[in-house]
Design a protein. Structure first.
Length: 466
């Protein structure tokens, strides 16, 4: 029955889409991702990351299907071949996913009863206490290390918060104990995330979803229904944020075109955001604001037009770089600023402006537009050989996932250590320098944590030590 519904949905969507071939290709790709990356008794980090990657490639196609507009008409920066870019993006997703699959396909499924036995040995109260304290500490110090030499090392360590949250969600998912307290804590943190410049509510949602799907062996109608409801709520919040964030960010920075927050009183910031959102989405403005917010969100999530612009610009107006961008990214990663204080920063918006032919605002205007790993690979290696580094990136991410699953301090800790992967593993919009830098730093930091730190944390959290 479930399979029939999926086939019927794909057929109807294909027949009614202005771009039927692309719609069919994208729909089949989504089904393939779910088929090969829904892994029983594992956190669904890779599944969610690849679905995010898919959404970056396909979201404008869905937007065009809703409004019955061809993909080539959905451009903001001039006439470009969006169909070609989307085909390249979907092939890139397939190659990247293949690389991941090569290193994860032989991971043995863990018996649920064994996982249950291990998880029941941990004290939920201590888990909650540890998470809250760590979250408060990281929240206070997070912005203080962003611009410091060597600060990326500390910021990477701060992402241990997601490891602890994954542990909590899995534990609460298994045993009906302190669930309402955990739900309250997560709700408060999501709310407080709107007091900052970036509103990192999506990070909590991604980890929460990966943990909630942990013990579900396969996609069911009930799971799909709950996921759709959760997705609709998150989508609505994201639409509100997309529409109202410009004025709110200007308030946070006191009018300066920068990403540095001047107003740090969280209660006042939340009150101000509520005032702006309430005005923007009042009853007489709701339809217009929501429609514009949806448009802003879809175009901000999509990176296909950047790839299309790069394919239009290179090699007609600029030559392929023959690996220069990739080598610059490697040099940027392996020359830490703490040892090379004169190292030049990489400005994402400047790179994007050069290879798209469109002038984008940068950090001095309080924003950043990255070209993304796929478009950079095209600029470097062309339409065919661009897929070679993407396959290697997939192999690297798959190896990282397998490494921590297999070599984790325990089965559960190994799985939870994969939680920070979602920050960079949906690599399409992530610059190559950041994908390499974040992933290598993640490997170094959490290898050290796994080897030298988790024994003490684990002892503290065990019930036998209470």
């Amino acid at each position: 029955m479930k399979g029939i519904l999926i086939v019927v949905g794909i057929v109807i969507g294909t027949l009614t889409s202005p771009d039927p071939v692309l719609f069919l290709f994208a729909a089949v790709m989504a089904v393939v991702i779910v088929r090969f990356f829904w892994r029983e008794n594992e956190p669904q980090v890779l599944l969610i990351s690849l679905l995010l990657y898919w959404s970056v490639v396909s979201i404008l196609l869905l937007y065009g299907w809703i409004g019955q507009q061809p993909l080539n008409d959905l451009t903001r920066y001039g006439k470009v071949n969006m169909e070609r870019a989307m085909l390249s993006g979907l092939f890139a997703l397939g190659v990247y996913g293949l690389g991941i699959h090569l290193f994860t396909t032989r991971i043995q499924s863990i018996d649920r009863s064994k996982l249950t036995s291990i998880l029941l040995g941990y004290d939920m109260k201590r888990l909650l206490f540890t998470y809250v304290i760590f979250s408060m500490v990281t929240g206070y110090f997070q912005n203080k290390f962003i611009f410091l030499s060597g600060g990326q090392l500390i910021i990477t360590l701060f992402s241990f918060k997601w490891v602890l949250l994954m542990f909590l969600v899995i534990r609460a998912r298994l045993v009906n104990e302190y669930r309402w307290i955990l739900a309250l804590i997560i709700s408060v943190e999501i709310l407080l995330s709107f007091a900052g410049y970036w509103a990192a509510f999506k990070d909590y949602v991604l980890v929460l979803l990966a943990g909630l799907l942990f013990f579900i062996p396969r996609v069911s109608l009930r799971t799909a229904g709950l996921s759709i409801i959760m997705g609709a709520v998150v989508f609505s919040i994201a639409v509100v944020w997309s529409y109202s964030k410009t004025e709110y960010r200007a308030y946070l920075t006191e009018g300066e075109r920068t990403q540095v927050v001047v107003r740090e009183d969280q209660s006042e910031n939340l009150e101000r955001f509520w005032q702006i959102a309430s005005r923007d989405f009042s009853s007489d403005q709701f339809a217009i604001s929501f429609s514009k917010g949806v448009e802003n969100l879809f175009f901000r999530v999509s990176y296909i037009e950047f790839l299309a612009l790069a394919q239009h610009q290179v090699p007609v107006f600029l030559p392929h770089e023959n690996g220069r961008l990739f080598m610059q990214a490697l040099e940027h990663v392996f020359k830490p600023r703490i040892l090379f204080p004169d190292k030049k920063p990489i400005y994402d918006s400047e790179l994007t402006s050069k290879y798209t032919g469109v002038r984008f605002a940068g950090a001095e205007q309080g924003t950043s537009f990255s070209l993304g790993t796929v478009a950079e690979s095209y600029v470097d290696f062309g339409s065919i050989y661009m897929f070679v580094p993407l396959l290697l990136f997939g192999c690297w991410i798959g190896w990282l996932y397998r490494n921590f699953i297999v070599k984790g301090y325990s089965i559960v800790w190994g799985m939870c250590l994969t939680a920070p992967l979602f920050q960079f593993s949906w690599s399409f919009p992530v610059p190559t320098s950041k994908l390499l830098g974040w992933s290598i730093m993640y490997f170094i930091v959490y290898t050290l944590v796994n080897r030298y730190g988790l024994r003490y944390i684990d002892n503290w959290l065990q019930k036998s030590k209470s």
